[in-house]
Design a protein around this ligand. Structure first.
Ligand SMILES: O=C(O)CCC(=O)C(=O)O
Ligand SMILES: [Fe+2]
Length: 204
């Protein structure tokens, strides 16, 4: 359940709960070896104003890359971790914050649609494998600029009872984080694991 116990025992707003998902555009589970395939939110309480969730399309981000970058990034891996390039998270236990980086291709071919998307999360990426620090920093800054394409965004205005499911393999999202803090904004959240084609075939 997301959004409960927002105020601590002293009545102080816990920012990590109020602003969850609002720190920036991201894709869920990039710090996992096998990132979540999809995430589902079910709205149980919706504030009177604000609190939308914004989505953007990773295929459109890939399509917008100049040919030079598409070629440069072909087959290139990114290193991702929970902390990315900054400090720890207030929501996680110490042991989770110390996770080693995991590696994912930056250009990711969706296993079901066969389309390429830019797999990128500015808060979770540590560096781009095979580059020196300066080149990796420059590439990360450049890719950030292509993530959000203005004609490929969707803004969900929640109604109580809505269920929204998104595909983390080809999209980014963030919470608007702008609703009245004294009001409830509560979702029931389910992360859907991606066992990959091999695991699915083995199970059939
Ligand atoms: O609360 C939201 O609108 C989205 C939060 C989020 O990023 C998530 O649940 O993965
Ligand atoms: Fe998220």
């Amino acid at each position: 359940m997301l959004g409960i116990d927002k105020f601590d025992a002293d009545g102080k707003l816990t920012d990590a709960i109020y602003r969850r998902g609002a720190e920036g555009w991201h894709t869920d589970g990039a710090y996992n070896q096998q990132p979540f395939k999809a995430t589902q939110l079910y709205a149980l309480a919706v504030p009177s104003r604000g609190g939308d969730t914004l989505f953007a399309n990773g295929y459109a981000a890939y399509d917008a890359l100049p040919e030079r970058l598409k070629r440069r990034l072909d087959g290139v891996m990114g290193a991702f971790s929970y902390d990315g390039r900054r400090g720890g998270s207030a929501l996680l236990d110490k042991e989770d914050q110390d996770w080693k980086p995991v590696f994912h291709p930056i250009i990711r071919t969706h296993p079901e649609t066969g389309r390429n998307s830019l797999y990128f999360d500015p808060g979770k990426i540590v560096d781009i494998v095979g580059c020196d620090r300066a080149e990796s920093d420059a590439l990360i800054a450049e890719l950030k600029g292509y993530m959000i394409q203005p004609d490929a965004e969707y803004r969900h205005k929640w109604c109580k009872g809505d269920i929204v499911i998104w595909d983390n393999r080809c999209s980014y999202h963030k919470a608007a984080g702008d609703y009245p803090p004294e009001e409830d904004r509560i979702h029931w959240r389910v992360s859907i694991n991606d066992y990959g084609v091999e695991a699915r075939e083995a199970a059939e």
